[in-house]
Design a protein around this ligand. Structure first.
Ligand code: ADP
Length: 357
């Protein structure tokens, strides 16, 4: 099927600043793709290239198979929502939402029906007569989304739509966006965020960005559980990256202990990516992977332990590649362990081997 959005080898340079380099991506109809990465990694630039707010230095942008690289934004027929709502302050909610429809010369009666429909869709049906200043931040953002949806765009572009909201409201809006997503089964959504939680909750696929480049793209769950790149592993869930000795395709050794890794087929230097909540910790009993407990942090739902791997105390231990390396463990209970204690760390089978950037 023809992708709803396709970027072909898109680069954007501002003078000597490289904002985006050789980005290739496609988004299917009905799919949500998150562009995830730290600030300055090129996410907004990619979105602006799709929207037509900037012209790529090189490469092509296609919408529904049509090359739109040379078309201005208003001829691309997309819905765009940015961080700062950008509602017209002197217009009531109704007129804000109707704006794009009037611009398309839709008959008044149809405009009224369409505005009512999209305001209902975002749960703002009774707010048409208010001014933006009479709404909360979350409500304004809902109106901005309704405005973007009014023209029934095949593609909805969202650029950090929740970042101006406080934490509680952000969570509520994630649930709201999921509900909305289900109401728009044919719409392709591109969602720019630096927040891994939002990306995990909302996206079918995630494209991880770093320094103007695509690091990796994949189905959300697969990328979370089996990232190929260490950058993805740490950005998407703060993995421990533990140096290991690779024995064969599935076996690695760390501090003299063998662990089964999930074979990713990744070439070159690798580390083992282990989520803090998967690291087991108990009192040291003379064997296994030894570590020193260097800090304990209470986090309400449990404890975060900082551990420093130690050479195996048993004899005959081979190369100890992980030694001196810090490992974080998230546990429910510290079980009487105190800072300074020698502990045994267990790493479960099945953690991914990831490429070191
Ligand atoms: P992100 O959305 O991931 O935070 P951006 O796409 O906004 O990142 O920016 C990527 C890089 O391009 C940054 O280094 C940024 O400073 C630079 N950049 C973005 N827009 C412009 C511009 N109009 N002029 C010059 N540099 C820009």
């Amino acid at each position: 099927m023809t992708p709803a959005v396709e970027l072909r080898d898109v680069s954007v340079h501002f003078g000597r600043t490289v904002a985006l380099e050789g980005l290739g991506l496609s988004v299917a109809a009905g799919e949500t793709l998150a562009l995830l990465g730290p600030s300055g990694s090129g996410k907004s630039t990619a979105l602006k290239a799709i929207a037509g707010f900037l012209r790529p230095t090189s490469g092509r942008v296609l919408l529904g198979g049509r090359d739109v690289t040379d078309l201005p934004p208003n001829r691309r027929g997309l819905g765009v929502v940015v961080q700062s709502y950008a509602l017209f302050p002197h217009m009531k909610v109704f007129d804000n939402v109707a704006f794009g429809l009037h611009a398309r010369r839709m008959p008044r009666r149809e405009v009224a029906a369409r505005v009512a429909e999209v305001l209902d869709l975002v749960g703002m049906g009774s707010f048409g007569g208010r001014y933006p200043r009479q709404l909360s931040g979350g409500q304004q953002q809902r109106v901005a989304i309704a405005r973007a949806l009014a023209i029934r765009p095949p593609v909805l572009l969202l650029d950090e739509p929740l970042s101006a909201l406080d934490a509680a409201l952000r969570e509520e809006m994630v649930a709201e966006l999921l509900r909305l997503r289900a109401e728009l089964p044919g719409t392709a959504v591109v969602y720019v965020t630096h927040d891994q939680g939002e990306a995990l909750a909302l996206a079918d696929r995630i494209a991880v960005m770093r320094d103007a480049r695509l690091v990796e793209v994949g189905a959300t769950e697969a990328l979370y559980h089996r990232p190929a790149e260490s950058f993805t592993a740490s950005f998407l869930g703060a993995s421990n990256l533990i140096p290991v000795e690779v024995v064969d395709a599935e076996t690695v050794r760390v501090g003299g202990v063998s662990v089964k890794a999930s074979a990713s087929g990744v070439e070159g230097p690798v580390v083992l990516g282990v989520r803090p909540h998967r690291v087991g910790v108990r009192e040291y009993r003379g064997s296994g992977l030894a570590a020193r407990l260097v800090a304990v942090q209470w986090r309400g739902t449990g404890f975060r332990l900082e551990l420093e791997l130690e050479p195996g105390l048993e004899s005959g231990v081979g190369p100890v590649l992980g030694v001196g390396r810090r490992v974080r463990a998230d546990v429910v209970d510290v079980g009487g362990l105190a800072v300074g204690a020698l502990v045994e760390v267990s790493i479960p089978d099945g953690c991914p081997l990831v490429r070191v950037a």
